[in-house]
Design a binder for this molecule. Sequence first.
Ligand SMILES: Cc1ncc(COP(=O)(O)O)c(C=O)c1O
Length: 386
Amino acid sequence: MNFDFESRINRRGTSCYKWDFDKRLTRREGLLPFWVADMDFRVAPMIEEALKKRLDHGIFGYTARPESLDEALIGWFSRRHKWNIKASEILETPGIVPFIHMFLQEFTSPGDTVIIQEPVYYPFRKAIVNNNRKVAVNQLLKDENGSWTMDLDGLSRFIDESGAKTLIFCSPHNPVGRVWREEELLNLADLCRAKDVTVVSDEIHADLVHSGYRHIPWLSLPEERLPRSLALVSATKTFNIPGLTTAFAIVPDPEFRLGCQSMLTALGLGEGSSSPLSYAAAEAAWREGEPWLEALLEKIDKNDLLLRERLTDELPGVLPGNLEGTYLEWLHMDYPGNLWKKLLDEGLWLSRGSDFGRSGEGYMRMNIACPSTQLEEGIDMMVRAL
Ligand SMILES: Cc1ncc(COP(=O)(O)O)c(C=O)c1O
């Protein structure tokens, strides 16, 4: 099947966060954006068809989550990730970020310490700070091959010193692009189990894994090795439908699940917190979207290669990390001055590395999920600016 990843679709004027908010967020206009993590590709035709079919029906009344969506979710994770999820383990949430906020309110107390591993997706830190909890950062370490690893000795000491009982884990890891290996996951599980630390495993990037790597779902590790855990999954990142919000918490432990369910119920978020269009899109994605995803992964690999080749030839001072997962390049760009502004002045809008934690200083994150001509233009701007 052929899918179009090269047409440039004008997203301006759709209240698009990525394209329409440059003046408000950067005080500049007409920027070429490579920042927020959504893709400039049209959705898979199977999703568009499902949405059209649902639209044609013409009535959009109160809608509860269909059982067929749970079946599609279960089928997807079993086929793609060898992870067997039971229907009873699935809880619905309006989004992963809202879930993390709610979770912290329910399962921690003000003043408690919550661990994250920076550089990491910055809403993790925000969720902790917004809820008056303390952020404890176990920094990821960069090894001699430029690969990022978890500092488990540091984490162990840290848990002992801070008394933290919650870890928000990112797998695959945004922004450094790591796909954690089984051994790393098992070591983390052993440590957290021994120290009674609950793990919230955010796996929104699970499907965006490049050839030679395999995402291992946290909850597919042997049960007897796991601490109290839940995983957060969604079709929105993989299939570029984050505006059609749906997300799911998978919570195998019945008591823990009951706690999570009560938390959702107390907030008035029962079954059916999304819209009929969101359900239709997610179900079509998980039922029929595999060929599109395979083509997408090839396209990202091509863009990754294009970026690397041009940087090697034209900007050897900019060093991309290993892109094992995600479509987000973590670029080491150690240039003096305010580099982010310098790039903006040239029209190029990247994510500032320091937004992902202090250890992100000297880095920029570049979203390469876009048509080749757009990526080339962005690289041209980078070359001119530097
Ligand atoms: C690691 C991670 N978690 C969660 C999200 C967003 O999740 P949601 O839109 O369901 O709140 C993103 C989006 O970039 C992400 O990278």
